[in-house]
Design a protein around this ligand. Structure first.
Ligand SMILES: [Zn+2]
Length: 348
């Protein structure tokens, strides 16, 4: 089969690799229908850190189950399935507590599972899925083609935005600000509105992203960044700041902006993969600012978020502003690296 391989910094190719096989009784093999490129894929693509050899990549995909091991019960060949960006058994003590990304039998695509068998990256034609019963969520019947981008966001960005909102404690009547206008930040706007936020401020300088934020329900857009941006958010919220701020970038500056935008007694929900983030704990102490979040247990949220996607109440797939065939995957990476694309979908 063909699969995406990162060979070195900014050297990404579609290579011929071995077809995955069922290995464990709990495995499935899924034929990928659509995948996508994640902002977090850009870190290794940019050489941060530099990789030491060719590496399979991609962790967001939806597809059709092609084969299942003898122990698999919840999906069968022919099912259309959503795969979250980490695999998990959905039964262990940590999965039961909703932390599927720490599953004792879990792991990440493009690396080995707990038994030392390779689980393929998502940006390829086929994927061996370990602990398939726990990992995959089947849709009722075959979805319309138009729904596929929206379903694909359930792999990562939509549940990740939701995790930021849940971790921060967004609830009915909340005042919210979102730092970051990438696909996750935009999804966080959508998630906060879905959870009943009274008012959401999206922080974005880019017109195309501002437009999607508005479509996702943002009430205000703040184009300023850093201290000026935070000052604008406080001004909007009666000089206090937002009840909840959703940090969806992961840099030192974005975390600082989030903290400064939060009202005393408020909370920051963070889902941006941290790079060089440092916390001013004494300042957090003095203003009673809480911080919660981390890598999103996407699997924990799929059942909750799926119905609204299926019935069209939400359209999270608007974050995809570009679609490439799989053999143009390198162009997709380039577009996202140069920020000419918010998020690129790979159609197979
Ligand atoms: Zn588990």
């Amino acid at each position: 089969m063909r699969a995406t391989v990162l060979h070195a910094t900014r050297d990404i190719r579609l290579d011929d690799v071995d077809d995955p096989q069922l290995i464990e009784d709990g495995d499935a093999v899924v034929r990928v229908v659509a995948a996508c490129i994640c902002g977090s894929d850009l870190w290794p693509y940019r050489g941060l850190p530099e990789i030491d050899g060719p590496r399979r990549i991609g962790h967001e995909f939806v597809g059709i189950v092609e084969a299942t091991g003898s122990a698999v019960q919840t999906v069968e060949p022919g099912d259309f399935v959503i795969a979250p960006f980490a695999f998990s058994d959905n039964t262990c003590a940590l999965c039961q507590r909703g932390v599927h990304t720490s599953c004792v039998n879990g792991g990440y695509w493009g690396s080995e599972d707990r038994n030392g068998h390779f689980a393929d990256g998502g940006q390829g034609e086929l994927v061996r899925v370990p602990v398939a019963d726990g990992t995959l969520v089947a849709t009722p019947g075959q979805p319309d083609e138009a729904l596929i981008p929206h379903l694909l966001t359930l792999s990562d960005v939509y549940p990740t935005g939701h995790h930021a909102a849940v971790s921060a404690g967004v609830t009915s009547g909340s005042t919210v600000a979102v730092v970051g206008d990438g696909a996750v930040g935009l999804s966080a706007v959508l998630a906060a509105k879905r959870l009943g936020a009274a008012r959401v401020v999206a922080m974005s300088r880019h017109e195309d992203r501002q437009r999607i934020a508005r479509e996702f329900g943002a009430d205000e857009v703040v184009a300023e960044r850093g201290k000026e941006g935070a000052a604008r958010v406080r001004e909007i919220y009666d000089g206090l700041g937002a009840d909840q701020v959703l940090e969806c970038v992961g840099t030192a500056d974005s975390m600082k902006q989030a903290m400064l935008s939060t009202r005393p007694g408020g909370r920051v929900g963070y889902v941006g993969v941290p790079h060089g983030v440092q916390l001013n704990v004494p300042a957090m102490f003095g203003r009673n600012i809480g911080l919660a979040g981390g890598v999103a247990p996407a699997r924990a949220y799929i059942e909750e978020l799926l119905p609204g996607v299926l019935d069209g109440t939400v359209t999270p797939g608007l974050v995809f502003d570009q679609t490439s065939p799989l053999d143009k995957v390198a162009d997709g990476y380039r577009a996202m690296d140069e920020r000419t694309s918010i998020k690129t979908m790979l159609a197979l």
